[in-house]
Design a protein around this ligand. Structure first.
Ligand code: SAM
Length: 201
């Protein structure tokens, strides 16, 4: 069995778009209690690896190719430990070489503590999505994929446009298991583009 029902959402996303390949390196943000980690670990097999991050402690999984980092993704020190777990330069701002981008797939199921106040919950969700997006841009290989949970609302369209600029395509998807939480969506972005076109070029 899986540690969280949310595992079935990721299973459905993977069935829909064939997200993972054997051997992939995956980063899972908001990974506790570990349902998505279990799915990703199965899909990439021991030929790949998965690093999960959460504010909460994650009990060890039986998979030797899964590692976890405890921390807040909005804090630089957590991103430092994530880079270390991935074996890339943890202080890329201090080196002048090309940044290392070893990750094939970044998935984020991060969610704020819900207050029930729609505008506030939406704004906090978008904030976490943007954090995940920054991490995806920093670590994803060209061609890589990004999946992120978002609570629908007025700022979603702008966020989606920003993601679309950096990937070949982006689509919104609502897995069956999310249907009763009517505002929950997943954005699925594939094909991270190599050289982002800057304005004026
Ligand atoms: N995908 C997980 C699974 O299958 O087990 C369930 C994730 S749960 C819906 C959302 C998680 O996001 C919570 O465990 C929460 O602690 C985490 N989270 C929320 N804000 C975070 C942040 N700033 N940094 C890291 N994790 C965060």
């Amino acid at each position: 069995g899986y540690r969280a029902r949310s595992a079935y959402k990721l299973r459905q996303i993977d069935d829909e778009v064939d997200l993972f390949d054997r051997g992939d390196t995956v980063v899972d943000l908001g990974a506790a209690p570990g349902g998505w980690l279990q799915i990703a670990a199965e899909e990439v097999t021991e030929a790949g690896r998965v690093v999960g991050v959460d504010l909460q402690r994650i009990d060890d999984l039986d998979h030797p190719h899964v590692e976890t980092v405890r921390g807040d993704m909005t804090e630089e020190r957590t991103r430092y430990y994530l880079r270390k777990a991935l074996g890339v330069d943890p202080r890329p701002e201090e080196s002048d070489g090309e940044p290392e981008r070893p990750v094939d797939v970044v998935i984020s199921d991060m969610a704020p503590n819900m207050t029930g106040e729609y505008q506030l919950d939406h704004a906090r969700s978008i904030h976490l999505c943007r954090q995940a997006f920054d991490t995806a841009l920093e670590l994803l290989k060209p061609g890589g994929s990004f999946v992120v949970k978002v609570f629908d609302g007025p700022d979603l369209a702008d966020f989606r446009d920003d993601v679309a600029e950096q990937f070949q395509y982006v689509r919104a998807y609502t897995p069956e298991a999310s249907r009763k939480r009517s505002s929950e969506r997943y954005l699925i972005a594939r094909g991270r583009t190599d050289a982002p076109v800057r304005e004026g070029q």
